[in-house]
Design a protein around this ligand. Structure first.
Ligand code: MG
Length: 468
């Protein structure tokens, strides 16, 4: 009589172990997932139809939002380009990785910069290479353009793209008149690189989104039999704007909308390439932006929607960005209002790929894989808003305290140190209009404590951005 019970128990254990393998570990043990990160330049929180824009049409991104997870409280680690990109690739705040400039220093790399992301910093590409991933970057690097700092020195097998912002190397002066509208490409003598070699100068930016897309598709097809990481940081929608002919005058949001229509087309092409190659269910696609909209660019700049201010600031519009995660069959669809950040991508990918990180690697990111797969609460409890080497603000739950505020670029531009920090309920008041600090001193005290604790343990590196 014991025998059938034993058999039954055996079958139950057998079935449950099969179930566990197929639901949990099978992918990471047998065929780790691919990762595609589509990273926009200066795209605002309010610039997609799925995030409420009334006249920008982004059907492919809307489908990703609907069938994947759309995060509404997703943050970039810095409100300008280079530090934001370094933080995404390393899972570490810019100040830790030599990208926190000193007062008065450059906030991003320029064509005369001598620095870059320090080679000893560990990027997502380097982490995944340990697991046999093929790694490619197509697009804007902006972490040092000198040979020793190029992507091929930071774990990427291949590179194709403009190495810094598309408004640099200006030949006729940097002014709004030259930046707005669709300018002549010779006004911006930016190079296009293939691996470490300049293959075109000035880069023909009219076709840049199209060509990035073709290169990305080529990379996916070539690596369909290996696990891969494709990092696709678009040059668009940074001003000066460019779109290829097929997309000009197609959007009711004007030129910016045309450029976004091409970006959305590009997203659609990436998704359909994954599907055609039977990779869609084993590829996590992430879509986000490096910082908020460049508001001085008038109609050629984006929109932060309900949020206050934009690029360059630690107001919500500068650092809260769209965050979409898509992997049919794995990412549980829904709208996430938890806190998440581009800092979280490295630990999330490492976890999903089954890579264990070096024990002495100090990260500022959290593993979001359980949120993505099971819809559990985000492990990120708070978010710290840095500008240069200083903490300007901290958010926990729905409250955000500002210790310092300033507008866009200039360090002294309305820079105010708040002896009594400002406090906003950013769920009820995403426009940060109504200061609650007087009613809620205990919340201000808690957020101040978080900032002080963080400062105590932060080990900063000297700024690479200051080297020019
Ligand atoms: Mg940017």
């Amino acid at each position: 009589m014991i025998y059938p019970i034993f058999l039954c128990l055996f079958l139950t254990l057998f079935e449950s172990s099969i179930f566990k393998m197929s639901e949990g570990d099978r992918l990471s043990r047998e065929s780790p997932p691919n990762f595609v990160v589509i990273f926009m330049d200066d795209l605002g929180w309010g610039d997609l139809s799925s995030y409420g824009h009334p006249t920008i049409h982004t059907p492919h991104l809307d489908r990703m939002s609907r069938e994947g997870q759309k995060w509404t409280n997703f943050y970039t680690a810095c409100s300008v380009c280079s530090p934001s990109r370094g933080a995404l690739l390393t899972g570490r705040y810019p100040i830790r990785i030599g990208l926190g400039p000193t007062t008065g220093g450059s906030r991003v790399f320029f064509p005369d910069s001598k620095g870059g992301l320090p080679p000893e910093e560990v990027t997502i590409a380097e982490v995944l290479k340990e697991r046999g991933y093929k790694t490619g970057i197509v697009g804007k690097w902006h972490l040092g353009h000198l040979p020793q700092f190029l992507p091929t020195r930071q774990g990427f097998d291949s590179y194709y793209g403009i190495p810094y912002s598309n408004d640099m190397d200006h030949t006729q002066g940097w002014n709004l008149e030259n930046l707005l509208g669709e300018p002549d490409i010779t006004k911006w003598n930016v190079p296009l690189l293939e691996n470490d070699t300049v293959i075109e100068r000035p880069a023909n930016q009219h076709t840049i989104t199209k060509r990035y897309t073709e290169k990305a598709i080529e990379f996916i097809r070539e690596n369909r039999d290996d696990p891969f990481f494709l990092y696709l940081p678009h040059t668009m929608v940074h001003t000066p704007l460019f779109a290829s002919e097929d997309f000009l005058n197609t959007s009711s949001r004007g030129f910016y909308g045309d450029v976004m229509a091409e970006v959305d087309w590009s997203v659609g092409k990436i998704l359909s390439t994954l599907k055609e190659n039977d990779l869609d269910e084993n590829t996590l696609v992430v879509f986000t932006s490096d910082n908020g909209p460049w508001l001085i660019m008038q109609e050629d700049g984006g929109s932060a929607g309900l949020l206050k201010d934009g690029k360059g600031t630690t107001w919500e519009g500068g650092m809260r960005v769209p965050g979409i995660f898509y992997m049919p069959g794995t990412v549980r669809p829904g709208i996430r209002t938890d806190l998440g950040s581009t800092l979280d991508l490295l630990p999330t990918f490492a976890s999903m790929a089954g890579v264990s990180l070096q024990e002495n690697l100090v990260l500022d990111g959290f593993d979001l894989s359980a949120v993505l797969k099971n819809g559990t609460a985000s492990p990120r409890d708070h978010f710290i808003y840095y500008r240069n080497r200083d903490i300007y603000a901290v958010r926990k739950n729905n409250f955000k305290a500002h210790f310092v505020t300033a507008t866009c670029y200039q360090l002294d531009n309305n820079r105010i140190e708040h002896e009594q920090p400002l406090l906003f309920d950013v769920d009820n008041d995403p426009g940060e209009r109504f200061d609650r600090s007087k009613d809620l001193p205990e919340v201000v005290a808690e957020l101040t404590r978080l900032a002080d604790d963080h400062k105590r343990i932060m080990v900063a590196k000297p700024s690479e951005l200051d080297k020019r």
